[in-house]
Design a protein around this ligand. Structure first.
Ligand code: CP
Ligand code: NVA
Length: 314
């Protein structure tokens, strides 16, 4: 379900894939392909105006390798600057409100990215900011990751519209962003998750209302049969404390070579990383010829340049 309503005066936030229309999302993916082609020196046509004076503040309530480093370097390659902070570096970490933090940082910076424990924090930050806010992962969604995954799919297999993606494992934050993407980019998404770990009801209700080609069941083989792409993620996301229960529930959902053989011949394997080999994915699949996981990681950099440019009005 869209998390904000935008008006002509409000900043261009990037909070969830479902908040943007198909045309804006396509523009971002096309810009990401162009950014990758251009390399480190982003051509003026792809850069937002006044980028040389722009600073993006990155706030982390949880650990990060890819998101932290790719956003920082994305800003440098665009010609601006970035400031990366853990929430405990800020007064936010000792109780200053999210709203006041948003209002203060809006006076200094040109954009904010937050990786938040709770999706509510992201929404509250955006509601009170006068500069664009980007979702760098919450408990509910991970839109920048899935935008990089769409770019990666298209590099390997061509346009994603009309194709089939299978999600196998936990119906987590990344799965929800895949659901949003399936609706907006027009592809079929088949999810196989244990019943007690089905994706968030709000995302399912939204996808059904939007008439997305999405099915949710608990049979991995059924989901994977004939798919162009198989995706999974860790069984225990950051902030979850029931690791033992999850590992038991998710053991039948491990992606291995036998499961990959049920997909189409040229199918690719995706994982947002970090991966836990021998748990959600076998070593041979992760390191095998169908795996595109390091392309996904690289594309975080390129797609985020395109997302930042969109937020800053390019
Ligand atoms: N995939 C991803 O978001 O990685 P990090 O947690 O390292 O940022
Ligand atoms: N679902 C994982 C993604 C990590 C990038 C988590 O939230 O920890």
């Amino acid at each position: 379900m869209p998390t904000t309503t935008s008006s002509a005066a409000s900043p261009r936030h990037f909070l969830d894939i479902c908040d943007l229309d198909a045309k804006a999302l396509r523009r971002i993916i096309d810009a990401a392909h162009a950014m990758k082609k251009a390399g480190k020196r982003v051509p003026a046509a792809l850069r937002p105006k006044n980028i040389a004076d722009a600073v993006l503040v990155l706030i982390f309530e949880k650990p990060s390798t890819r998101t932290r480093v790719s956003f920082d370097i994305a800003m440098r390659q665009l010609g601006g600057g970035a400031l990366s902070l853990n929430h405990t570096d800020l007064q936010l970490g000792r109780g200053e409100s999210v709203a006041d933090t948003a209002r203060v940082l809006s006076r200094y910076a040109d954009g904010m990215m937050i990786r938040a424990n709770s999706h509510e924090t992201l929404v509250e930050l955006a509601r009170n900011a006068t500069i664009p806010v980007i979702n760098g992962l919450t408990d509910k969604s991970h839109p920048c990751q899935v935008m990089a995954d769409i770019q990666t799919f298209e590099e390997h297999l061509g346009p994603i519209k009309g194709r089939t993606v299978a999600w196998v494992g936990d119906g987590n934050n990344v799965a929800v962003s895949w659901m949003h993407a399936a609706v907006r980019f027009g592809f079929t998404l088949r999810l196989a998750c244990p019943k007690s770990l089905y994706p968030d009801d709000q995302a399912t209700t939204w996808a059904m209302r939007e008439k997305g080609a999405i099915s949710i069941g608990d049979d991995p083989e059924k989901a994977v049969r004939g798919a162009d792409c198989v995706v999974t993620d860790t069984w225990v996301s950051m902030g979850q404390s029931d690791a033992a229960r999850r590992k038991k529930l998710l053991a039948p959902y491990a992606v291995d070579a036998a499961l990959m053989r049920k997909a189409t011949k040229g199918a690719i394997f995706m994982h947002c990383l970090p991966a836990y080999r021998g748990h959600e994915v076998s070593q041979d699949v992760l390191e095998g010829p169908q795996s595109v996981v390091f392309d996904e990681a690289e594309n975080r950099l390129h797609v985020q340049k395109a997302i930042i440019a969109w937020c800053l009005g390019a």
